[in-house]
Design a binder for this molecule. Structure first.
Ligand SMILES: [Zn+2]
Ligand SMILES: [Zn+2]
Ligand SMILES: [Zn+2]
Length: 229
């Protein structure tokens, strides 16, 4: 990796020299710090890292360097919803997509050949020649999910678990329809069958009910035991 970074740095220097750029050494310090991280880094974080290395550069200067790296194909600028602009390496010939946790902001990279291939196929089906794309998947990371395990959508509850309905999101019509089935905040229900697809079978008092998966996604429940604590 270090070897690769050295090559990138040398490559950057050549391109910059061709432009007759000033403050060359300082620009190289910036690219050095950037290439040394494997993160999706904000300008703010870049400034902090540079300071740690003893470089107290102006924000404008560093921003300018970052933009230069984007222009020259060393960095990529990314903005995920609800987050500041971030920069990441641009490795030639390599591609990845992202999973973004909407709670803690964690960003996970993934690459899946099947998804990439299918996207090309879908584009081709519509007569598109795909040039680029980005796939950002928003959700909760495993850490955040485990922290809120006690409060989850009904669709995620395993068969055999007893849960208490906490909240039903979505429209009033849906709430009224569920209420007519006896399902409202406070109701204790048992999940009888939930295969992860299609309908979910519930036991409520002495009745078995079938609920569509979409509806089960908007019924937030708490594990029964916790509710009694
Ligand atoms: Zn992709
Ligand atoms: Zn998270
Ligand atoms: Zn990335």
């Amino acid at each position: 990796m270090t070897h690769n970074n050295d090559l990138e740095k040398a490559n950057f220097k050549v391109l910059m020299e061709g432009d007759g750029t000033d403050r060359m050494q300082e620009r190289l310090d910036v690219i050095d710090v950037f290439l040394g991280t494997e993160e999706h880094i904000t300008l703010e974080q870049m400034l902090d890292l540079l300071k740690e290395r003893g470089h107290d550069f102006e924000t404008v200067f560093v921003a300018q360097c970052m933009n230069r790296m984007v222009e020259l194909g060393f960095a990529q600028k990314k903005q995920f919803e609800g987050q500041p602009i971030r920069y990441e390496h641009r490795h030639l010939g390599r591609h990845h997509d992202h999973l973004i946790c909407t709670k803690c902001g964690k960003i996970v990279e993934f690459a899946d050949e099947e998804i990439e291939r299918r996207q090309l196929e879908v584009a081709a089906r519509y007569g598109f020649h795909m040039l680029q794309h980005r796939m950002d998947v928003y959700g909760l990371c495993s850490e955040c999910l485990s922290k809120r395990q006690r409060f989850l959508p009904l669709a995620a509850v395993k068969p055999g678990e007893r849960v208490a309905i906490r909240e039903i999101t979505g429209g009033r019509t849906r709430r009224a329809r569920l209420a007519s089935m006896g399902l409202r905040p406070g109701s204790i229900i048992e999940v009888i069958a939930n295969s992860g697809q299609g309908r979910i079978i519930l036991g409520h008092e002495h009745t078995r009910l079938a609920i569509g998966r979409g509806v089960a996604e908007v019924i937030m429940v708490a594990l029964d035991q916790e509710d009694q604590v």
